[in-house]
Ligand binder design. Sequence first.
Ligand SMILES: NC(=O)c1ccc[n+]([C@@H]2O[C@H](COP(=O)([O-])OP(=O)(O)OC[C@H]3O[C@@H](n4cnc5c(N)ncnc54)[C@H](OP(=O)(O)O)[C@@H]3O)[C@@H](O)[C@H]2O)c1
Length: 326
Amino acid sequence: MSRTIPLNRRGIGASQLVLGCMGLGGGWTHDPLTAEHLKEAHKVVDTALSCGINMFDHADIYAYGKAETVFGQMLKERPGLRDQILIQSKCGIRPLDSSSGLPKRFDFSKEHILASVDGILNRLGTEYIDILLLHRPDPLVEPEEVAEAFAALRQAGKVKGFGVSNMSAAQMAFIQASLPEPLLVNQLELSFAKLDWLDASIHHNQKEGAAVPFPEGTLEYCQMKNVQIQAWGPLAKGIFTGASLEGQPESVKQTADLVASLASSKGVSREAVALGWLLRHPAGIQPVIGTTNPERIRASAQALSVELTRDEWYQLYVCARGRAMP
Ligand SMILES: NC(=O)c1ccc[n+]([C@@H]2O[C@H](COP(=O)([O-])OP(=O)(O)OC[C@H]3O[C@@H](n4cnc5c(N)ncnc54)[C@H](OP(=O)(O)O)[C@@H]3O)[C@@H](O)[C@H]2O)c1
């Protein structure tokens, strides 16, 4: 079911489905980009556009920068496309550096944010990105410093809007308090395989709630503040929609069966049911699909026309939980 999503309410014409670009550029190797990778980027973007998807999600670290680089090469061959799409990227994760012996770490310093955006723009070959997300919470964050970085980026015309990823309501509110403009996005892992965002609310005031590793109130905060919630990993690598079920627990197999049966009765793809379940939530979630397979992009786009009833939504939730509601 398609909704008016928070970004649309702010006048940003984003599609409800977002194409996640982590799989572009040949994956997590240091092998050089090839003509095949560029061809794949063209095909993925063509298919997304033909399905009405106009928003693309990146991060400076994806495929060690090659995802953005190949996307930039694709843009260069298609003058005019840049202004028809929305590009979001992320910074703040510094990968393991074996030459200096430094571990993977997070960095929201002004210096790092500014340098990261210059790298992103350089790889994408664009003068601006539409949205910049802070990728994962940095315990050493100083919100005033983040605010200075954001102000400099906005003033230079390098970034049009800002958001966060993998953050709780409290972490968002802490940063928001120093910003003159609203955070637009919070990107979180949400799927049948990652249900703590719902379990946190249904187990409130219960012993079991203490064990749910998701801070209560994050969804409510985003809904109240018109923050766009984006779902990363929404297809859970396909285990509910056709990927191998070998070694998976019974609840995953039963949920995959239920997804298949609902898809068949509604005459839609299994991806449409899995993503349609996220779309049915009143927050107006944007699933960020990570497939590079054109068939699966098209199958995913069917989610926009699927209608799940309240009962079907609960059937899927309870089945994926693997236990009854409290
Ligand atoms: N903010 C964060 O911390 C964060 C973290 C991770 C990812 N992300 C973003 O979210 C996007 C999506 O994440 P994701 O890739 O983990 O999510 P996903 O959309 O749940 O999974 C996509 C992956 O699952 C595979 N897949 C899907 N259906 C399948 C099936 N039926 N059979 C076999 N394989 C299947 C896809 O392979 P094919 O390509 O072959 O279809 C692809 O490798 C990323 O591209 C990135 O933009 C953000």
